[in-house]
Each structure stands twice: as structure tokens, then as C-alpha cells.
Design a protein around this ligand. Structure first.
Ligand code: ADP
Ligand code: MG
Length: 238
């Protein structure tokens, strides 16, 4: 697992500056939530960390590597999106192993990895099913299994629970937190839901107007909001 540092990151689309100089740093094993209202640039920031977008200026470091010039495949990251696109024609086992096959992981090792993540996420009974035969929560668990199978340096989540109903969202939240505590993975987790951000994160970055309004632990932010925006946003019902 790796630390992550983002230095003076800026991004414009045409004449619109979406990120105006973002500085963030977390240690290996920490859980960072990026929270802010819709359209504030959360996904743009996450996509730059992933290498899916290039910044206008600034740097991204994963551990002691400056990854600015590396493509997504060379950054040793795994991403889980809101629309966790599983391969519809492959069963769950194949969905998880496909990326391993692409990377020429030997078959025996693939089977061991599948067993491990299936046990971890309690999806063993689902391995032979197709995505269409799964519930929303089960699909999301498979998407996480696919990410976990890669054993990456860094996990990136972009609103992974937004499409689930409220009860399932709360369950999955607890599962993700438990998984983090068990595995000690470094996670950057994007959400527009302040409760989710506060319950999941060791560190929270509140984003608004292209800037980090506050960066701190949940209790820092709850007890000493840096400005009116943070106080209003964190204090409002989700
Ligand atoms: P969030 O994830 O916080 O909802 P986004 O990062 O998706 O926000 O978007 C931030 C802003 O950047 C929005 O105003 C969005 O319209 C704009 N934006 C995002 N991607 C692009 C793009 N590829 N081209 C032009 N504008 C974009
Ligand atoms: Mg987004």
C-alpha cells in the first residue's frame, strides 16, 4: 500500500477552471473521503489521480513515484465506479479473473485469488451466476472483488453506492469500512454524501469552488469547520 500526495493540481476545461490548486496528502493505509456538492470537481480530481485525465498543471505522487507521465495501467491502482460495469456475458468468477488473465497471472494463482476475494466479500455462492442474476448490492460486491483481486497500491472509489437503495447503502458502507480496517488499504473515496464521508474517512477533504475548503479528520471538521461553506454543508441533512 502507498501514500498519496497531490501537489498544486489545476485543471481547466476550455475557459472554465474546475480545480484551482489542490494540495492533499495521506499516509499509506489511510482512508480519504473527497466530499462536496455535485459538479465541484470530485470526479475530475479522482480521474487525474487515476491517470484517466491529465492535469493542466500540478503533480500526483503514489508512494515515492511521481506518476504524472504514467498511464492508468502503470499506476498500480484499482477503481470502482458508480456504474460498476460488469461484463454481462461472463459469470462472476470470470468477471473477477478476466483482468488477471489479461496480465498473464498463472491459472492456479488466479484460482487462489478468486477464492480469497470471494471469501472476503462473501460472494462464494454467486461465482457461477451472470451479472443479470445478481441484486444491485451483489453486483457492487463483485465490482469490489474485481478491484481487490488486483492487490493495488491505491483504491479509488467514485460514488460506488449512489445507485443503491438507502438500507443497502448503509450496509455496504459498513462493509467497506470493515474491509479497510481488515486490509489496511489506502483508499480515496468520492461522495456527495456528507454522512458517508464523515463515517468512512480517516481524513476528509471538503471540495467547493475548485478548492479544498478544509482537510482534516472527521472530528476536526465537525468541531471546527473552517468556514461557512463547510459548516453549512457538513451540517445539512443528506
Ligand atoms: P463532481 O464529480 O464533483 O460532480 P465533476 O468533476 O464531474 O464534478 O465535474 C466538475 C465540473 O467540470 C462540472 O462543471 C463538469 O461539467 C465539468 N467537466 C467535467 N468533465 C468535463 C469534460 N470532459 N469537459 C468539459 N467539462 C467537464
Ligand atoms: Mg462525480
Amino acid at each position: 500500500m502507498s501514500s498519496l500526495t497531490v501537489k498544486n493540481l489545476k485543471k481547466s476545461f476550455g475557459s472554465t477552471q474546475v480545480l484551482k490548486g489542490i494540495d492533499l496528502s495521506i499516509e499509506a493505509g489511510q482512508f480519504l473521503t473527497l466530499v462536496g456538492p455535485s459538479g465541484c470537481g470530485k470526479s475530475t480530481l479522482l480521474n487525474i489521480i487515476a491517470g484517466l485525465e491529465t492535469p493542466s498543471t500540478g503533480e500526483v505522487w503514489i508512494g515515492d513515484r511521481n506518476v504524472n507521465r504514467l498511464g492508468p495501467k502503470d499506476r498500480d491502482i484499482a477503481m470502482v465506479f458508480q456504474n460498476y460495469a460488469l461484463y454481462p456475458n461472463m459469470n462472476v468468477r470470470k468477471n473477477i479473473s478476466f483482468g488477471l488473465e489479461m496480465r498473464k497471472v498463472p491459472k492456479g494463482e488466479q484460482d487462489r485469488i478468486i477464492d480469497r476475494v470471494a471469501r472476503m466479500l462473501q460472494i462464494e455462492p454467486l461465482l457461477d451466476r451472470k451479472p443479470a442474476q445478481l441484486s444491485g448490492g451483489q453486483r457492487q460486491r463483485v465490482a469490489m472483488g474485481r478491484a481487490l483481486a488486483r492487490d493495488p497500491k491505491l483504491f479509488l472509489f467514485d460514488e460506488p453506492l449512489s445507485n443503491l437503495d438507502a438500507k443497502l447503502r448503509v450496509n455496504m458502507r459498513a462493509e467497506i469500512k470493515e474491509l479497510h480496517q481488515r486490509l489496511g488499504t489506502t483508499i480515496v473515496y468520492v461522495t456527495h454524501d456528507q454522512i458517508e464521508a464523515m463515517t468512512l474517512g480517516d481524513r476528509i477533504a471538503v471540495l467547493h469552488n475548485g478548492e479544498v475548503q478544509q482537510f482534516g479528520s472527521p472530528s476536526d471538521i465537525y468541531e471546527n469547520p473552517a468556514n461557512r461553506f463547510v459548516a453549512g454543508f457538513i451540517g445539512s441533512p443528506s
